[in-house]
Design a protein around this ligand. Structure first.
Ligand code: CA
Length: 560
């Protein structure tokens, strides 16, 4: 029995989480204007770029249609080969070159474990014109593999050592080089400025680029970065196991994961967190801006007697603590990061990752899709083949010995001399190359992200600050914007609609560092008219004391 639809596991939400860069403050800075650059050659002549290591499968002029400006569309495959288990591999590249080029280039990093070619456009979202329609040349890649259908389809490429490396970082390098080569062939010049945008796995690629290929991009925006993907994939197993252990049992004897916490339990938690932490930023507005000051213990909600709607059972409290504080190995070593206590956890955007909403023992939590990647992509040597059914993936995930698996995500073999933590994680803080070439890194992360922890990104930023040697020196080239209440890349009771491309371009090209980013709440939030500034850490949004609390202009960014 397939307990999770294959489609769900093949293309979970994080795979679809592309840029998640919403928009409010449209400016003309990066828009195509009178100074656009026309092509110097015909689009179909780009077929001539084919060679021993690259096959151009498409080079076609496209008139304006379907919401896309007129452009030259190129699809090419690099390094085609047959790898482990007879799997066919190539690094796919999808490039769009606008007729009216603004001289700039955007690489759109993709979500999930890549494995699909994507639209070849960078979508700012929130009503902002796409990067292509703003005049940017844009590219996406499948990062070296094509996902097969089924629950293992986004992971089985991990059995091939080279495919791990291509996914980890190599595709970022070769696709950027090739894309710039095509740009030069088509327009007769290289891009004046190059940018990288991505959220989730796309944010991980962005961080990897600043660490490994600092010369390729002038500006990188990395959202909710999956920069410790193997560690997170394993900690998700421990979290799933903890919640499965307290979940009521279905008639088939298996846990009903979604019922480990009811919606009423989640609401109870969220309200208690708001009560504890909301006002610490100076304004009880339902938004917790002072994230570092939020001290909360779910023990305060523990029932003194029978479980009721107004308290949590002792077992629930322990499972909740295990999630927020971060699971550990048998030796007490923390596997991943803790998560911030934030009010956005009572949302569908949190539930669908951690618990799912299946009414019976069929699990549909997105977290479980990490089971396949843990088995095939993170552990070295990889796990023995799993049955290609969602049940098998789930059973592996909820039974794997996390201490043994912890050793294997740091493991190596003759075929895989780098561990997945080395190949796939992007945890280094030596950004000296990127800093020296005056690159700018704009990080953002939802505080209620249930999958990749905002505290992990904050910890990395603090380690970067230590490595650089000062807050000001770091802020000159790298800034982190926390988004209270926001789930993974978007969603939640949050001002999650914002544009990072324009601030990044202004920072790179005009030297105007982003002191605040205008953000607006969505229609589904408790305050659909609300706007706020997003502030670079350690500054936080602070109410100025007069004017509507719904309007960003009545807030400043201040150090708490
Ligand atoms: Ca507040």
């Amino acid at each position: 029995m397939l307990i999770v639809s294959a489609r769900r596991l093949r293309r979970p939400v994080w795979q679809a989480a592309l840029a998640c860069i919403a928009s409010v403050a449209a400016t003309a800075t990066a828009s195509a204007g009178a100074d656009t650059i026309p092509p110097v050659t015909a689009c179909d002549r780009l077929h001539q770029e084919s060679g021993p290591t690259m096959r151009v499968s498409e080079a076609q002029s496209r008139p304006a249609a379907g919401g896309l400006a007129a452009h030259c569309e190129v699809i090419a495959y690099l390094d085609e080969r047959t790898g482990a288990d007879g799997q066919k591999f190539a690094i796919g590249l999808h490039l769009r070159l606008p007729d009216a080029w603004n001289g700039r280039f955007v690489f759109q990093g993709q979500g999930g474990t890549d494995g699909f070619l994507g639209s070849g456009d960078a979508q700012p979202g929130g009503g902002q014109p796409s990067a292509l329609n703003q005049g940017y040349a844009t590219v996406t890649t499948d990062a070296g593999h094509s996902n097969a259908p089924g629950p293992l389809g986004g992971a089985s490429f991990g059995l091939d050592p080279q495919a791990r490396i291509d996914f980890g970082y190599r595709a970022d390098d070769v696709v950027t080089r090739r894309a710039k080569h095509f740009i030069q062939a088509y327009y007769g010049r290289l891009p004046k400025y190059s940018y990288f945008l991505g959220c989730s796995n796309g944010g991980r690629h962005g961080m990897a680029i600043t660490q490994r290929f600092p010369d390729h991009f002038d500006g990188v925006a990395a959202g909710a970065p999956a920069f410790r993907m193997p560690e997170k994939g394993l900690s998700g197993a421990a979290v799933t196991q903890a919640f499965a252990a307290i979940a009521p049992k279905a008639p088939d004897g298996r846990p009903i994961l979604a019922q480990a916490l009811s919606q009423a339990d989640m609401d109870l938690l969220s309200k208690a967190i708001v009560q504890s932490c909301d006002a610490a930023d100076g304004l009880a507005d339902g938004i917790i801006d002072n994230v570092p000051a939020c001290r909360f213990s779910p023990r305060t909600l523990q029932c003194s007697a029978e479980k009721t709607a107004s308290c949590l059972s002792a077992a629930q409290v322990t499972a909740v603590e295990n999630y927020f504080e971060g699971p550990t190995t048998a030796q007490g070593r923390r596997i991943y990061a803790p998560y911030p206590y934030d009010y956005g956890i009572a949302t569908e955007g949190w539930r669908r990752w951690i618990l799912g909403n299946a009414p019976d023992s069929r699990v549909n939590a997105f977290n479980v899709s990490f089971g396949a990647t843990l088995a095939y992509l993170y552990m070295t040597p990889p796990h023995a083949p799993l049955a290609s059914e969602a049940d098998a993936v789930y059973d592996f995930y909820r039974s794997v010995d996390v201490t043994e698996a912890h050793a294997k995500i740091f493991g190596t073999s003759a075929a895989m001399p780098e561990s997945s933590v080395q190949t796939i994680s992007a945890n280094a803080v030596d950004l000296s190359g990127f800093r020296a070439r005056r690159g700018k890194l704009l990080l953002y992360h939802g505080v209620s992200d249930p999958t990749f922890s905002a505290l992990d990104t904050l910890d990395w930023y603090k380690r970067l600050t230590n490595a650089v040697g000062g807050e000001k020196e770091t802020a000159d080239f790298a800034r982190l914007f926390l988004v209270p209440g926001m789930n993974h890349c978007s969603g939640g009771p949050a001002t999650d609609s914002f544009d990072v491309l324009t601030p990044l371009v202004n920072w790179v090209e005009q030297g105007r560092a982003p002191e605040r980013i205008q953000a607006r709440a969505g229609a589904k939030t408790p305050w659909p008219e609300r706007s706020r500034p997003l502030c670079p850490y350690p500054r936080q949004a602070r109410y100025l004391g007069q004017g509507s609390i719904e309007q960003a202009e009545n807030f400043t960014c201040a150090v708490p």
